[in-house]
Ligand binder design. Structure first.
Ligand code: SF4
Length: 347
């Protein structure tokens, strides 16, 4: 059996697909599993031991790029895949396995994919947790779906952790926190920067020798710098948003003591690294995309208007995030560090 996984386009979704990969691997341990993923997601898949090989593509999000897909498909023909799991719902994501002539092409019906997929599942219940949604695809091979999910686990080598610590001048022996203030989806998922700055002050009061890393993509750099300069001890914060590759950010998260993030890709990465974490939810729903970790504290005010799943607050007040206090997040960090968190919910 040779399996091609067309990976999701979002970092968090890729992490939530790992229980499916674990199930496929356990069902047939000697199969060859290859993931095809956009370059910006590929480092997450590289950290999954269930995957034998990752092909990183330069295919742009939302673009057809017919010629590039056709060329990729003809290269994949030589790999003689027997199965393809198409995890995104778009029509274009199903093109490559179809063009490559892979006999079994499995996925949700999605966007008019009648001919492209020959094993199609009806659209799932929108309330179904994302990880379960991916896992259900294995049922098309007759694999029994487990009652309890095997949670994601990313692997980072000790060498890689040592290398990033060296590279960014982080001494061992001092408490290290990571704040991830971005959320690519939109501002309705971003806790205010003034709150992050206040949280940093509280963490530094409790851990006076700590260093705090600000992690994220290039689009988060301005917010991260704002947070750094708003704190009482900016010299103890290291602004690294936009300054690292994703592989470096994963290795840095693997080395820290605790992580605070919005509902974002890095939240799922931190969960899969089993880091004590505080995960902040605004317009989204932690029952749908929770951090899959027993070390996560979820902070969700669940205001009357939530979840609205909007990118920007339609009511203009963003109370779901503005009303969440830095003190409550600092308390959650303390609980997560003390190992007092609960098991992953809704699964
Ligand atoms: S409508 Fe409510 S849940 Fe949605 S972003 Fe605004 S405050 Fe948050």
């Amino acid at each position: 059996m040779r399996t091609l996984i067309i990976a999701p386009n979002w970092i968090g979704d890729a992490v939530m697909a790992q229980p499916l990969l674990k199930l496929l691997r356990a069902a047939k341990p000697d199969q060859h599993i290859v993931a095809l993923a956009p370059a910006w997601v590929a480092p997450v898949l590289h950290a999954m031991p269930e995957i034998d090989r990752v092909f990183a593509t330069q295919l742009a999000h939302g673009k057809l790029q017919w010629r590039a897909r056709r060329d990729f498909a003809s290269a994949l023909r030589r790999e003689h895949f027997t199965h393809a799991f198409v995890l995104p719902n778009s029509l274009k994501s199903a093109l490559i396995p179809w063009l490559a002539g892979i006999p079994k092409r499995i996925g949700y019906q999605g966007e008019m994919r009648w001919g492209l997929l020959n094993h199609r599942l009806a659209p799932p219940d929108p309330a179904m947790p994302m990880a379960r949604r991916y896992l259900a695809l294995a049922g098309e091979l007759g694999i029994k779906l487990p009652a309890t999910l095997q949670i994601p686990r990313l692997q980072v080598s000790a060498d890689d952790m040592f290398a990033v610590r060296e590279q960014f001048g982080l001494e061992t022996g001092t408490p290290l926190f990571a704040l991830c203030p971005g959320a690519e989806f939109g501002p309705a998922k971003r806790w205010p920067s003034a709150h992050y700055a206040q949280l940093a002050n509280l963490l530094l009061e409790q851990h006076p020798t700590a260093r705090i890393l600000l992690l994220g993509g290039p689009g988060d750099a301005a917010i991260a710098e704002q947070i750094r300069t708003q704190t009482r001890h900016p010299e103890q914060l290291l602004q690294l948003a936009g300054q690292t590759t994703l592989a470096q950010a994963i290795a840095l998260l693997a080395t820290v003591d605790a992580v605070v993030s919005n509902d974002s890709g890095l939240m799922h990465v931190a969960a899969a690294l089993q880091k004590p974490q505080a995960a902040i939810f605004g317009s989204s729903d932690p029952r749908h995309t929770p951090p899959l970790s027993s070390k996560a504290e979820i902070l969700w005010l669940h205001t009357q208007c939530s979840p609205c799943f909007a990118r920007t607050c339609p009511l203009g007040h963003l109370r779901c995030l503005n009303d969440l206090t830095p003190a409550s997040v600092a308390t959650a960090v303390g609980l997560a560090l003390a190992g007092a968190s609960h098991a992953p919910g809704a699964l």
